[in-house]
Design a protein around this ligand. Structure first.
Ligand code: FAD
Length: 453
């Protein structure tokens, strides 16, 4: 590909939206590259998803657009589904730091990840760049024809609105807040209680109940096991029956065919049960309510389109970028590599191809997805690419490909919850995997590819 004409090395004034993991690493990389950075964070602390909030939304399915949105989807018992060595940044690993973050477990609790991110924000100095309690409500080009002039408008908690101009905007607002619901006939008239996993916090409300969980992704399996201790029965409905261990009180089914008003749920294989509650663990939707893009970037069937390498809308590159859009990967490392790439492109050290070439690369990627038979909503799912994307980014940055142990550790750990019982997280031997004494690569071929988040 031909690269766009070289820019002189420059420092830009950049707005980063969000102070979760992606916003923090983006801010650090932008500042390292000499850019002037402001981070807007609607919450009162750094950490995003990892800031556990016991509150739930007024509409447990998230259908009411006027509801007060709670950002985090963490549940109280959550432990990471990736082991500690792949929960940090390349040059700031999530190693135990006595007295600061020292959960000894290989898959630490969510509190530990928050402490790690707080430590990173403090040590990197990024915390000083964050304007807390600033919710971005509008991002728009100031004038047509000038891609490097953006207005960012925000509202503070006391309702005051203000705006400021920036040359670049880096969107890091997260992707696990806006629920995506499972569709089936009878959903809206079914008499039982329904929530989306976004609003699941603790198992107690399910005591002695018969509960159907939709979805066999990490959240579905984790929540099923969480409530199994208190519920009467837990029924997991999913497109693929996983190799989940048979646990007492846990039953697996095909997806729901329909639900009846009297509480009956009929599965696609013809079996049926009477249930008290349904928990939709059916994933999330990308949501950028603040973007005024006049159709240049859209979310269609959960694909943010068009995005060159999941980061830049070709027509607005490099002035508008998105960090953390891909999923089913090592999230911390991907956001770090993307952030470095964006920072160096903005300073002119790395050059992008022309707009036409970026657009045709995006379309080529869409064709590949289609040819592979993936639904459009899996456009940003990287798992099947087997680290080609991560290594491509590393190559752009002049780095060597990711170490093999990271890939093996990732693929093995994402397959474990399906094959091991309740204590799988404690029987993990991280050392063995880091030394390359265990396999893992072969696990990538066994991954269930139809489950959602
Ligand atoms: P977020 O953490 O969501 O941060 C986005 C930030 O943007 C938030 O602070 C939010 O307040 C702010 N924001 C949003 N909108 C605005 C606005 N308009 N104005 C200002 N600020 C705004 N990943 C792993 O690697 N390992 C795991 O084990 C793991 N487990 C997970 C379990 C659950 C239940 C969930 C939901 C996710 C899990 N993840 C896990 C993925 C996790 O999302 C990433 O690790 C990471 O936290 C993503 O960071 P982010 O910064 O992209 O998004």
């Amino acid at each position: 590909m031909h690269k766009k004409k070289a820019m002189a090395k420059r420092s830009v004034k950049a707005a980063v939206i969000g102070a979760g993991m992606s916003g923090l690493i983006a801010a650090r990389e932008l500042r390292r590259e000499g850019h002037r950075v402001v981070v807007f964070e609607k919450g009162s602390e750094v950490g995003g998803t990892w800031v556990y909030d016991p509150r739930v939304e007024s509409d447990p399915l998230g259908l009411d657009p006027g509801r007060e949105v709670i950002h985090s989807s963490m549940y109280k018992s959550l432990r990471t589904n990736l082991p500690r060595p792949i929960m940090g940044f390349l040059d700031y690993p999530c190693d135990a730091k006595p007295g600061v973050w020292d959960d000894p477990r290989p898959f630490p609790g969510h509190e530990e990840v928050l402490r790690f991110l707080q430590g990173f924000a403090a040590d990197s100095g990024v915390v000083e760049l964050v304007r807390f309690g600033h919710e971005v409500v509008r991002v728009e080009q100031v004038a047509k024809g000038r891609n490097d002039e953006w207005v960012v408008e925000w509202r503070t908690r006391d309702g005051e609105a203000s705006a400021e101009a920036f040359e670049a905007v880096v969107v890091c607002n997260g992707k696990y807040t806006e629920p995506r619901l499972a569709e089936f006939p009878g959903r809206s008239t079914w008499r039982g209680e329904q929530i989306h996993s976004h609003n699941y916090r603790i198992p107690e409300p399910y005591k002695d109940k018969i509960v159907v969980i939709i979805g066999n992704g990490p959240s579905g399996i984790d929540i099923a096991k969480d409530i199994l201790h208190v519920a009467k029965e837990v029924h997991l409905a999913s497109r693929e029956t996983t190799k989940l261990e048979i646990l007492e009180g846990l039953f697996q089914h095909s997806p729901i065919n329909h639900a009846k008003e009297d509480g009956k749920i009929v599965f696609q294989d013809g079996s049926s049960i009477y249930a008290d509650a349904i928990i939709h663990c059916s994933g999330y939707k990308y949501h950028f309510p603040f973007l005024r893009m006049n159709g240049i970037v859209n979310v269609e069937d959960n694909c943010v389109a068009p995005l060159y390498q999941h980061v830049f809308p070709p027509a607005l590159a490099p002035w508008l970028s998105f960090i953390g859009v891909p999923y089913r990967t090592i999230a911390f490392v991907v956001s770090e590599l993307q952030s470095r790439w964006v920072a160096k492109i903005l300073s002119g050290k790395i050059l992008l191809p022309s707009e036409e070439e970026m657009t045709s690369s995006v379309h080529e990627y869409y064709h590949r997805i289609e040819a592979a038979g993936w639904p459009k909503r899996h456009t940003h799912r990287l798992q099947l690419e087997k680290f080609d994307y991560e290594n491509w980014l590393a190559g752009e940055l002049g780095l060597t490909p990711l170490e093999k142990w990271r890939q093996n550790m990732y693929f093995t750990s994402v397959s474990l919850p399906m094959t091991l019982g309740e204590n799988w997280r404690d029987t993990w031997d991280a050392e063995k995997w880091m030394k390359g004494e265990a396999g893992g690569e072969e696990e990538s071929d066994k991954i269930n590819c139809t489950s959602e988040c």
